[in-house]
Design a protein around this ligand. Structure first.
Ligand SMILES: C[S@@+](CC[C@H](N)C(=O)[O-])C[C@H]1O[C@@H](n2cnc3c(N)ncnc32)[C@H](O)[C@@H]1O
Length: 261
């Protein structure tokens, strides 16, 4: 758990979505307000810890799969607090750009990952696609395909901010042949509980908007969706050697899309 000494510029009294996620995953980079809010969510959906692990295990399988498909550059937006199995740990020799808009995430990421070969940490906001892509171009070769990761993030973008429009803007900016890796919490996966969870997040740094499968599908317009399509994270190309299928928690839908080469 983080010391109670709060670095300047950090609002420790407001539950923070990155630090709450860290708490679900068993991390120590969180303050009392984060833990209190996270405990409220855990009281509503105790399986959220397993769900977070399943989403991260999906991310790792997707990254491995795309590496085998020849991708060697990854742009991970909303990368979160460094936790086991970050993208650069899953693959050797690829370039990875981690982007987040949270000061604590950026400080920790720079301290822990800044010297890892091939890794760059950039401040950026998902909702500003042109800026994020322009900054990423300092490091990534955008004349070749990349993989864009937006994992467990879009439900922190409100309807008014047009999440589908944001994803489509990235689609148009990505080099031909690129991939997108998406997960998103769906209300259908937590019947009668989504409103209670949203109520907890209303006091956090970002509100929480779970979205139905049909809406998630529209995010992927213009991409070819790889097999097995849009599924729960545990169902996406399960790998017997890193099997998480017995961990309960199925709130995230996921998919990998391919932009036509
Ligand atoms: C739930 S965590 C997911 C972390 C990581 N992607 C994972 O799956 O383990 C969401 C992350 O997105 C970041 N975030 C939230 N809104 C963002 C935005 N508009 N732009 C960039 N990052 C954002 C948060 O700071 C947090 O680190």
């Amino acid at each position: 758990m983080m010391s109670d000494r709060v670095p300047p510029g950090i609002r420790a009294s407001v539950p923070n979505v990155a630090r709450m996620y860290d708490y679900y995953l068993g991390g120590k980079d969180n303050f009392a307000a984060d833990r209190d809010a996270a405990e409220k969510v855990l009281a509503i959906i105790p399986e959220i810890r397993g769900d977070a692990r399943n989403s991260r295990a999906f991310l790792q399988r997707a990254v491995r799969h795309l590496t085998q498909a020849g991708v060697d550059q990854f742009l991970d937006i909303g990368s979160g607090l460094p936790t086991a199995g970050h993208v650069h740990e899953v693959i050797d020799g690829a370039k990875v750009v981690y982007v987040d808009n949270d000061p604590v995430v950026l400080t920790h990421s720079r301290a822990l990952l800044g010297r890892s070969p091939g890794v760059t940490v950039q401040e950026g906001d998902l909702r500003r696609p042109e800026d994020v892509m322009a900054h990423a171009a300092d490091v990534l070769d955008l004349s070749r395909p990349i993989a864009l990761l937006v994992v467990s993030l879009l439900h922190f973008v409100t309807d008014g901010e047009d999440p589908a429009g944001i994803v489509h803007r990235y689609r148009d900016l990505l080099p031909a042949g690129s991939y997108i890796v998406l997960t998103h919490v769906a209300p259908d996966t937590m019947p009668n509980k989504a409103d209670d969870v949203s109520a907890v997040y209303r006091n956090a740094t970002s509100p929480f908007t779970p979205r139905r499968r049909a809406e998630f599908e529209t995010f992927l317009d213009g991409f070819e969706i790889l097999e097995p399509g849009i599924v729960n994270t545990r169902e996406w190309r399960p790998d017997p050697t890193t099997d998480t299928s017995r961990i309960s928690g199925d709130y995230h839908l996921c998919a990998v899309g391919h932009k036509h080469p």
